[in-house]
Design a binder for this molecule. Structure first.
Ligand code: CMP
Length: 141
């Protein structure tokens, strides 16, 4: 178990001006933000990030969407960060998300579900490294 996870505030959320509200939820849930930046992914970058889903029926829709507009990417720190962040965001499909979770409150569909969260410590490490160098994380200042 490590204490880091990786999050994305997705294009649907940034388009709907929910970036600040979701950032606030992150802070109120007591995550320390180690790094955050705005990115506009290229289609190739989105395909690289979601390589684990390559070949799945929703891969094109997912990578078209993730490269369609601005995202905020974040490296987060908390005890049991991966599971704590997944609890905070709720189920992948907002229809199944519990009340009070970010996806319940801000997501509109399975494809456009407002936020991403790593599903394991191993993927969290890889996903943080996809967007940030170690020296960009404030833990290293
Ligand atoms: P995320 O947590 O970013 O991880 C992969 C994403 O793929 C997931 O959120 C969903 O937005 C998306 N996804 C998963 N299953 C489907 C599906 N059946 N159809 C469309 N998108 C999906």
């Amino acid at each position: 178990m490590t204490n880091r996870t990786f999050a994305i505030i997705k294009p649907d959320a940034t388009r709907n001006a929910n970036t600040g509200l979701i950032y606030d939820r992150i802070l109120k849930a007591n995550f320390k933000i180690l790094a955050a930046k705005l990115v506009k992914m290229s289609k190739k970058q989105a395909e690289g990030f979601y390589d684990i889903h390559r070949g799945k029926p929703f891969f094109k829709e997912l990578t078209d969407f993730m490269s369609s507009d601005i995202c905020m990417v974040l490296a987060l720190e908390k005890d049991n960060a991966v599971s704590e962040w997944r609890k905070t965001i709720g189920a992948t499909n907002p229809a199944d998300a519990e009340a009070g979770t970010i996806r319940k409150d801000f997501a509109t569909s399975l494809g456009e579900n407002a936020v991403h969260g790593s599903d394991s410590d191993e993927n969290a490490q890889k996903e943080i490294a996809f967007f940030f160098t170690e020296s960009e994380l404030i833990a290293n200042l």
